[in-house]
Design a protein around this ligand. Structure first.
Ligand SMILES: [Zn+2]
Length: 238
């Protein structure tokens, strides 16, 4: 498995339990170049890690080290932000020119890792990436602010963004893979709950519950999290 690619929720959902020879996280530094201005950007690409399971917002835990922090990085010069694949991609001159103009107008220096994810997600939005891809980026960005009480509002804003894109990804015309559709419904609900949008959360937990393609391992979790939403419980530490 190549850990340096943006590993989507889609793929990793089915890889909950896996381990490598090493029981700890390790990564190797690799240098890439910013597609906008050629500035060198370093990524520590994960070589091995040990995943014990997932939190209820799908965040992997175990010996995952800097895995999430290193998935997305920013150019120090122009602040272009993305996954390794975004730095490796071939862009046309027109695309580069449009991106450069847009970034200059809309993006300022990221202050932390969550910001790097936010810039990456906004670039994906600008490039009309598919909703599941954008949803994943907002979701993983929200992991960077977990447990930081003074960043609660910023974290909720990211989760609300994720909820909207998962909702879009779960709609009949967007989702080709039925089981994924069902999973997106759950994640949309969970994101709404954490962002205090309990009515929307309950709507999507119910949608997930009614979906015959919701995997068994998620079904119980869906019921438990639904109960939290009934009680207007927005806890984010699970
Ligand atoms: Zn740059």
């Amino acid at each position: 498995m190549n850990f340096s690619k943006p590993i989507s929720l889609i793929v990793t959902l089915f890889l909950i339990f896996f381990s490598f020879n090493s029981s700890a996280h390790s990564c190797e530094w690799e240098t890439y170049h910013c597609p906008i201005d050629g500035t060198e950007v370093s990524f520590c690409a994960t070589v091995s890690m040990y995943v014990e399971g997932r939190k209820r917002d799908m965040q992997k835990f175990g010996a995952v080290g800097s895995y999430y922090k290193e998935l997305v990085n920013s150019c120090h010069t122009c602040y272009f932000s993305g996954y390794i694949s975004d730095f490796e991609k071939d862009y046309s001159e027109n695309e580069i020119s449009a991106l450069r103009t847009w970034i200059k107008k809309n993006i300022s220096e990221p202050k932390d890792e969550a910001d790097e994810y936010a810039i990456c997600a906004r670039i994906q939005e600008f490039n009309n990436a598919s909703p599941d891809v954008i949803a994943d980026t907002w979701l993983m960005g929200s992991y960077m602010l977990k447990g930081v009480s003074e960043e609660k509002e910023r974290r909720k804003a990211m989760q609300l963004k994720a909820a909207c894109y998962f909702e879009e990804a779960a709609s009949a015309y967007q989702c080709e893979e039925k089981q994924l559709c069902a999973i997106y419904k759950y994640v949309a609900a969970e994101m709404y709950r954490r962002a205090d949008f309990f009515k929307d959360a309950l709507f999507w937990y119910e949608k997930a519950k009614q979906d015959p393609d919701l995997p068994e391992w998620l079904s119980e979790m869906n019921t438990e999290q639904q109960k939290l939403a009934v009680n207007n419980d927005n806890r984010n530490d699970v």
